[in-house]
Design a protein around this ligand. Structure first.
Ligand SMILES: [Zn+2]
Length: 74
């Protein structure tokens, strides 16, 4: 699909690293399936992976984890 950020690149399926911050917690999730723009590098998550990574971030915040690095498990 066309990138909605730069409007010139095309997005392609791939894997990306998502970093999220919730309060004082930082969560890094590797190998998240995403559509990635070949021009500006912006990634777009599908609904399911997006919900999962946000859920993980909420849990880390609830446990008051400072930094957590995870691998996305399909
Ligand atoms: Zn783009």
């Amino acid at each position: 699909m066309k990138c909605s950020l730069c409007k010139s690149g095309e997005t392609k399926p791939g894997k990306t690293t998502v970093t999220l911050q919730r309060g004082d917690s930082v969560v890094v999730i590797r190998a998240v399936p995403a559509e990635i723009c070949d021009d500006c590098g912006k990634y777009f998550l599908d609904e399911v992976p997006a919900r999962r990574v946000y859920g993980v971030a909420e849990q880390a915040c609830a446990r008051q984890v400072e930094v957590e690095i995870l691998r996305y498990a399909a």
